[in-house]
Design a protein around this ligand. Structure first.
Ligand SMILES: NC(=O)C1=CN([C@@H]2O[C@H](COP(=O)(O)OP(=O)(O)OC[C@H]3O[C@@H](n4cnc5c(N)ncnc54)[C@H](OP(=O)(O)O)[C@@H]3O)[C@@H](O)[C@H]2O)C=CC1
Ligand SMILES: O=C(O)C1=N[C@H](C(=O)O)C[C@H](O)C1
Length: 240
């Protein structure tokens, strides 16, 4: 396949290496300094774009792809308030748009475990839930996109919650899950869910040892996406 990389930082570089090792060609690597190349490139040979840039760049990168009919896999976090517009554009253009807050297969198993635990904990009282995420100090957004997905998984399965908030900020109501964000190098990404009571604590966690799992997941999705139309998610891609 012919791939373009929108964002060529820590993630873009590993994604490029994995894609080439699987026999794909990287036609273009776009970072903040060479964005003007998008104005002159011929979109026809491009099979798929993989977008891991930064919160302020995601919408223009994804729009460029969808407006040129190029399927796009996006892992950039911190811009989700504008996702409905991108979903609408993907439907209008009948072009595949795949966003995931985390492309690691292990994290997607963890998402399911989180939802199952939340369902069980909905039936018992006396526990306080909280989420902790730990990432490297270069991370621009907080909380992590993965922590937001975990909070949404709890909200979906527990009547007591309607929202989440950063634990160092005031919560607007008592129905909100606190998320604490820690920045410690070189943490690639750790997420912990805690249910704490006076009697005992229940804790589940996922710890990434490197960025390899995120990058491989994004390449696997990029191999799967071409030919599909509209908005797709990990639930469409995974068989569990
Ligand atoms: N969904 C997932 O599984 C994962 C998501 N992420 C997310 O992916 C994103 C990227 O992470 P990471 O690679 O670590 O970050 P980096 O900061 O290492 O890389 C970001 C890259 O984006 C480039 N960039 C900045 N502006 C633009 C633009 N307008 N168009 C194209 N590229 C641009 C930067 O260019 P320059 O170098 O010139 O500044 C840099 O190459 C983050 O939002 C992160 O949260 C990360 C890991 C996993
Ligand atoms: O910025 C990162 O590094 C990561 N970002 C994603 C997120 O915000 O959840 C995924 C992963 O945890 C690494």
């Amino acid at each position: 396949m012919n791939i373009i990389l929108l964002g060529y930082g820590k993630m873009g570089k590993i994604i490029g290496e994995i894609a080439e090792s699987r026999g794909h060609q990287i036609l273009l690597k776009i970072d903040e300094n060479n964005r003007e190349l998008l104005d002159s490139i011929d979109p026809k040979p491009i099979d798929v774009a993989i977008e891991f840039s930064q919160p302020e760049a995601a919408v223009s990168n994804i729009s460029w792809c969808l407006n040129h009919g190029i399927p796009v896999v996006s892992g950039t976090t911190g811009w989700l308030d504008q996702k409905p517009q991108m979903d609408q554009l993907a439907e209008e253009k009948q072009t595949g748009f795949f966003y995931a807050s985390n492309f690691s297969i292990g994290v997607n198993v963890f998402f399911k475990v989180n939802e199952y635990l939340a369902k069980l904990m909905n039936e018992v009282s006396g526990y306080e839930v909280s989420i902790e995420e730990i990432h490297h100090t270069a991370k621009k957004d907080a909380p992590s996109g993965t922590a937001i997905t975990l909070a949404e998984g709890i909200i979906k399965n527990q009547q007591a919650f309607t929202a989440w908030h950063l634990s160092d900020q005031a919560s607007e109501n008592g129905q909100s899950i606190p998320i604490s964000s820690k920045r410690i190098d070189p943490a690639p990404g750790t997420h912990i869910i805690r249910y704490q009571s006076e009697i005992d604590d229940i804790e589940i966690s996922h710890t990434a040892h490197s960025r390899q799992g995120f990058a491989l997941g994004a390449v696997l999705v990029a191999e799967w996406l071409p030919g599909k139309k509209g908005v797709l998610t990990m639930n469409d891609f995974l068989s569990f």
